[in-house]
Write a new protein. Sequence first.
Length: 271
Amino acid sequence: MKEENEIQWHSRYHSHGENEFELHYFIQGSGSFLNDRTRFSLGPGTLFLTNPEIHHSIIVQDGNNPISYYAVLLKTEPSDREIQRLLTIDLKSNRTYDLGTNYRFFFEEIKEKGLSGSRALRQSAVHQLISFLYVLSGEEDFHFSDSRNSHIEKALRIMQNNITRDLDLEDISGKLGLSKSYFIRLFQQKMKTTPMKYFMKLKIEAAGAMLTSTDRPLLTIAQDLNFYSEFHFSRVFKQYTGSAPSVYRKQYLQLAGEHKAAAQESSSPDS
C-alpha cells in the first residue's frame, strides 16, 4: 500500500465479527501493528494473529517505503474448537512471530488456491493453513529458511520496487547475476509461472488498488504503471481479472457503499 487513500483504508482501526480471525503477514516495509491497545513493530517477515472482535490497525511509518502484506480472514464455525484454539492468542503475552520473508511463497500459494474456481484447490488451501497453524503453535521461536529461495526473494523485491517501470528479463536476471534461462527455470519451479507473467500480475494488483482507492482516470493509471496505452491496460486488466477496469471500479464502489450502509444501520440506536 502506497497511495494515500490506500494507506487510510488499510490503517483504519477496525475489528471483525464473532468467530472471525485474521492473520497479517508482512513482506515489505516498516511501521507498527496495533492489536487491541498494544502496538507492535512490524517489518518484513513478521506475522500477527488477531482475535474476533478485537480492533486492530496498520500504522505506516514511512509513506515512501510501501508496506506489502498478505491478510487472511478466517470465519470459523462454533464447532471448529480446535482451529479456534490454534488461532486464539493471549493478548497479554504481547507475542509476535518472526517467520522470515520466505513464507511469502506459502502465502502466495494459499492465495492462488483460495481464489481458484476449483473446490478441491480451495479445500487444499484450508488444510495447508491448518497445518501451518499447528507448526506455529508448536514452537516458541522457529524460522523458515531455504537458501535456494534467495534469488527468487530478491527477484520479487526488484519487481515490487519497480512496479511503475518497464522491467524485462535482462534487467532482473542481470541484477541477480544469473543467465536468463536459468532464472526463468528457477522462477517457474518456485512460483509456477514465468517471471514476466508474475510481474504483470503485480502491476494488475497495483492497478486494482488504484482503481478502488483513488479517482484517477484510466489513462493516468495506465501511464503510471507504464502500459503502452489505455486500451492495452484495459485489455490486460480484463484478461487477468475478468472485468474491465471501469466495471471493476464501479462494482467495488457499489459493494463498498452497501457495506458502509449496512455498518451504519447495525450501529444505529434503533437496530
